[in-house]
Ligand binder design. Sequence first.
Ligand SMILES: *[C@@H]1O[C@H](CO)[C@@H](O)[C@H](O)[C@H]1NC(C)=O
Ligand SMILES: *[C@@H]1O[C@H](CO)[C@@H](O)[C@H](O)[C@H]1NC(C)=O
Ligand SMILES: *[C@@H]1O[C@H](CO)[C@@H](O)[C@H](O)[C@H]1NC(C)=O
Ligand SMILES: *[C@@H]1O[C@H](CO)[C@@H](O)[C@H](O)[C@H]1NC(C)=O
Ligand SMILES: *[C@@H]1O[C@H](CO)[C@@H](O)[C@H](O)[C@H]1NC(C)=O
Length: 228
Amino acid sequence: MRNLCIVECFLLCSSLFAVLVSSKYHGNPANDLVDIINKNRTAAKLSRLSDNAGLGCMALQFINFCKGNCTSNNNVNCNPSSDNFTEVFAPDCGVELPTFDTITGQIVACQPGYLEPTEAFSRALVPDKKTLSLLRNKSHTEVGVGMVGVHKGPFFWCVLFSNGKTNSTFVLENHGLGIKQKRGCFSGSSVECSRGHSNGAFWINVSFTLFFLIIYSVFSYRSVEILF
Ligand SMILES: *[C@@H]1O[C@H](CO)[C@@H](O)[C@H](O)[C@H]1NC(C)=O
Ligand SMILES: *[C@@H]1O[C@H](CO)[C@@H](O)[C@H](O)[C@H]1NC(C)=O
Ligand SMILES: *[C@@H]1O[C@H](CO)[C@@H](O)[C@H](O)[C@H]1NC(C)=O
Ligand SMILES: *[C@@H]1O[C@H](CO)[C@@H](O)[C@H](O)[C@H]1NC(C)=O
Ligand SMILES: *[C@@H]1O[C@H](CO)[C@@H](O)[C@H](O)[C@H]1NC(C)=O
């Protein structure tokens, strides 16, 4: 009876702990993607790209602009003009216009749902030789990743590359503190990131806790029965 109690307590406490931890954890999968991109480049003896928040924020604006256009074979059918970059995406992020530089490449992808960063990289963003050679272009120096999901709809990713000078291009006004980001994630930022969806891990843990609570009550009920 006492051992059973200890086991129950342990299960209950550990699942409650998991809920607390997960609700406090604010990872940023867009930064994870930048790491994966850099690992892939350095494995091919290419330079690491610096994680530019201005580029990341514009990548997020890019897919917000294209959110309606995921085709049935998971292509993003959308081509914003260069004016859209300087007149819409950059100002929406508070990128200081004199620091706007050349964008040397873009990869956009969509999938029916959210994918973890490693999956998103290999299945959505870099699935073939064409995108791999774009990623491994020697002229890039900076990168930014944006990602956002449509409620009950597809999930979008965008990677932007630039050959601009590190730390002095795509500079965000007020260090990006003025960005009002409601949905989605972008790399290089300190802005809290919602993964583009409600926090899935949180609800998984809530369900686990409920599951353990049910098991717990069933067990305690049985023990009571045995006792009396
Ligand atoms: C989305 O696709 C439709 C149909 O091809 C097109 O008319 C529309 O301009 C596209 N939207 C964007 C933002 O490119
Ligand atoms: C994007 O650029 C196109 C062509 O330059 C323009 O027609 C369109 O209005 C722009 N979209 C936005 C949201 O500014
Ligand atoms: C690398 O990117 C630059 C700038 O976009 C482009 O001019 C060049 O052709 C690319 N190189 C390769 C090998 O694709
Ligand atoms: C780099 O990415 C490509 C395309 O997804 C993949 O085939 C390759 O194995 C990756 N290389 C490394 C070292 O991760
Ligand atoms: C850019 O800034 C970071 C952090 O402030 C610094 O660690 C890095 O050395 C800088 N890179 C260049 C090329 O100036």
